[in-house]
Each structure stands twice: as structure tokens, then as C-alpha cells.
Design a protein around this ligand. Structure first.
Ligand SMILES: Cc1ncc(COP(=O)(O)O)c(C=O)c1O
Length: 383
């Protein structure tokens, strides 16, 4: 317990003014109030307004893509990105079992089923080697599409996730998927401000998706974005997220089943103010991670570090304990001391909705689920 108490003391030393230390709290020290009041004064508080367009321009510029489409949250962004990527009922979509529920739910909204690929212990994201083995073992190319030999279903997309902000080996994943004619939709919900080989996460595949939920690096209460270089796809995503209304001054005509998924201008104003601070927030988080790294390595903990050639936003810092028993002891010790820590998500493959989905053994995913703890990672207010 001495080791755990030292960890608590060190985490507290990083957040000196706090009684209870949350896992990740938002920070509003920029133009948030100013822009939100401006949106209110303009009367454009709903899904049309200058801030929505500005948010999209900012997101495209940050991600380094030609287009960005604003959505109400990251889950709707995933749903729409998969829809416009061509995922249909009875299709299969490759993803991770080690992810937040929204990734698997978005696949299900389209009537498709997930198949789970194991993760890489160095990145905690989809393992490129395991993806390749899965496809070699289970898939065949027929008329330009990958078909799962076991289920007979088309493998319509692959959704790797950049877990806790650590970029996965996305260039190899995209390369493997392109050989199998499988479009990649990156779940970059957690990795705004993270780069893989100097290129922003979310910009490697056909589309990438971000979340602006209250617990993310920057937030607007609720919000999401789809980024892409594909003009047709961006236009279709925007159309479908705005009820598929055919543009006209007064007529109400719709040419698809659409969705009320567009981000309101009020949230976009909020998001623009937060995005202005993204670089400084990420710097601040990287400094915290560096402090943690120094301490935890010295004290014999396994602290998760970014791999060579990437730049993580360190959204949530990660400790790996020796086994599930030690993990649980650490969780209860730290939470008792009002230092919030939490385990990883239960693997998707263990949830009743996805328990029959195909998977590749998931040894690393299970090991990481047993040992992982997230520790406080908020941006520290230095003003
Ligand atoms: C990996 C991942 N995917 C998707 C989402 C969904 O985003 P949202 O909560 O904005 O719907 C989140 C976060 O909440 C996430 O962590």
C-alpha cells in the first residue's frame, strides 16, 4: 500500500488545489462565453449559423483534410461516416473489442455486425498484424469486395480506434485494408491533437470521426465531426445529417431517409473557442504525462508511453498493473482517497449484444482489460 499511497501523493502534487481529483474535467479559459453570447445575440442558436461553418473550417484545418462535417456527437458522426462509406444491413465491420460502446453501437445502427480484431500492446489500438492474419484466414475477394468465408457476409468497413489518444499503426492498417478493398473509418474520438508520423489521426482512412463530449480534450458539451478528403462523401454526410432536405427557399422536400444530426450553432460557438486552445491544452497534457512518466517509471509502475514517430495528446494517462487483482486494489485505494481512477471498458465481445460476434482470440485485449487503469489527466489551469 505504500506504493499506492506514493502514487496518490504524486497525482495530488500535480493538482495541488483539488480535494477530489476527477479523471478529466473541462477547462473554459478562452472565448467560450464571448462566442456563446455572440451566437445567442445573433439568434442563430440551432443548426444553421456562422459558427457551425467556422467549426468545420477549423476542424478541416486541424485534421489536415479537405472537408469536415459537424454533428451532434461522436456517435452520430460514426453512424453517418459508416453509412456514407457504404455499410449496409447484413454487412460485417471489423473493429476492436477494446473500445467504447459507441464504436460497436454505430455499426449495429446500420444493421451490420462487428467482428473483433485484437489490439497491439504498444498502441492499445487495432493490431495491424492481427488484422492481416484475420483477413488471410477468413476473407476472400469476390467481385471487388472482401467476403468473410465463415459467415458469407461482405466486410464493408474497418474501424480502428486510437485508444486514449495513442495513435494506432494506422498507415499499415489502411494499406492492408486497401489490398482487401475495405474502406477505413477511423474512430479518432479520443485523439484530437494526436499525430501519427506528423499526420493528424483521423485523416488516413476514407473518413475519421471526433467527439467533443464533456470528458474529451476539448469539449462543447456534446458534439462531433466527420473529416474526409472525399468531396462526394462530405456532401452526402452533410445532406444526411440535415434531414436530407433538398435546398430550397420555402419548399420542404427530402430525397433520402435523413437524420437530425447537425451540430447546433450554440455548441459550435463553444467548440470554436475550445479549438482555439487545442495546442496549448495538448502541450499541458503532454507535460503532465512527462511528469507521470518520470515518477511512475522510478516507482516501478508500468506507465503507457507513446511509440516512436507518433505524438499522442495523452487524453487519458494509462497505468498497467500486474493483474486484475492488483488493478482492483489500486482502483479502490485511489478512489477511496478521492483520486478518481477507472478501469478500461468491458470488452465488446463480452457484452450480450455482441457475444456471438466473430473474433480472433483477443488475448492482448483481455490482458489489457485486466490490468489497465486510467489516472487523472485534466488540463491544469496555470492562470
Ligand atoms: C472511442 C470512442 N468512440 C466514440 C465515442 C462517442 O462520442 P460521443 O460521446 O460524442 O457520442 C467516444 C466518446 O464518447 C469514444 O471514446
Amino acid at each position: 500500500m505504500e506504493k499506492f499511497q506514493k502514487a496518490v501523493d504524486f497525482i495530488r502534487s500535480q493538482f495541488p488545489e483539488k480535494g477530489f481529483i476527477p479523471l478529466h474535467e473541462p477547462l473554459f479559459i478562452g472565448n467560450e462565453r464571448k462566442y456563446i453570447l455572440d451566437a445567442i445575440d445573433s439568434t442563430f442558436v440551432s443548426s444553421v449559423g456562422a459558427y457551425v461553418n467556422r467549426f468545420e473550417e477549423m476542424m478541416a484545418s486541424i485534421a489536415g483534410t479537405r472537408y469536415a462535417v459537424a454533428t451532434v456527437n461522436g456517435t452520430s458522426a460514426l453512424h453517418m461516416a459508416l453509412l456514407v462509406a457504404g455499410v449496409k444491413k447484413e454487412d460485417e465491420v471489423l473493429t476492436q473489442a477494446f473500445t467504447f460502446i459507441a464504436t460497436a453501437n454505430a455499426i449495429s445502427y446500420l444493421g451490420a455486425t462487428p467482428a473483433f480484431i485484437d489490439i497491439d500492446p504498444l498502441t492499445l489500438g487495432m493490431c495491424a498484424d492481427k488484422l492481416q492474419s484475420f483477413l488471410e484466414k477468413n476473407a476472400t475477394l469476390k467481385n471487388g469486395a472482401a467476403i468473410n468465408k465463415a459467415t458469407g457476409k461482405r466486410i464493408a468497413a474497418c474501424v480502428p480506434m486510437h485508444s486514449f489518444g495513442f495513435p494506432c499503426e494506422i498507415d499499415r492498417i489502411v494499406e492492408i485494408c486497401s489490398q482487401w478493398k475495405i474502406p477505413v473509418v477511423e474512430d479518432a474520438a479520443e485523439s484530437l491533437g494526436s499525430y501519427y508520423k506528423d499526420q493528424h489521426t483521423g485523416s488516413f482512412g476514407l473518413a475519421g470521426v471526433f467527439s467533443f463530449n464533456g470528458n474529451k480534450t476539448v469539449t462543447c458539451g456534446g458534439g462531433g465531426a466527420i473529416v474526409t478528403n472525399n468531396e462526394e462523401l462530405a456532401k452526402l454526410a452533410k445532406h444526411l445529417t440535415t434531414q436530407a432536405k433538398v435546398p430550397h427557399v420555402w419548399e420542404f422536400t427530402h430525397d433520402h431517409i435523413g437524420y437530425n444530426y447537425r451540430m447546433p450553432n450554440l455548441n459550435a460557438a463553444f467548440a470554436c473557442a475550445q479549438l482555439e486552445q487545442l495546442s496549448s491544452f495538448v502541450e499541458n497534457k503532454r507535460e503532465l504525462a512527462s511528469n507521470y512518466s518520470g515518477f511512475f517509471n522510478k516507482e516501478g509502475f508500468e506507465f503507457m508511453e507513446e511509440t516512436q514517430g507518433v505524438r499522442s495528446n495523452y487524453w487519458l494517462n494509462v497505468l498497467l498493473l500486474s493483474d486484475r487483482k492488483e488493478r482492483d486494489l489500486f482502483l479502490s485505494y485511489t478512489n477511496d482517497k478521492k483520486v478518481m481512477t477507472r478501469p478500461a471498458w468491458t470488452l465488446m465481445s463480452k457484452l450480450p449484444m455482441f457475444s456471438t460476434a466473430q473474433q480472433d482470440g483477443l488475448e492482448v485485449s483481455q490482458d489489457i482489460e485486466d490490468r489497465l487503469v486510467n489516472i487523472p489527466s485534466s488540463v491544469r489551469n496555470k492562470k
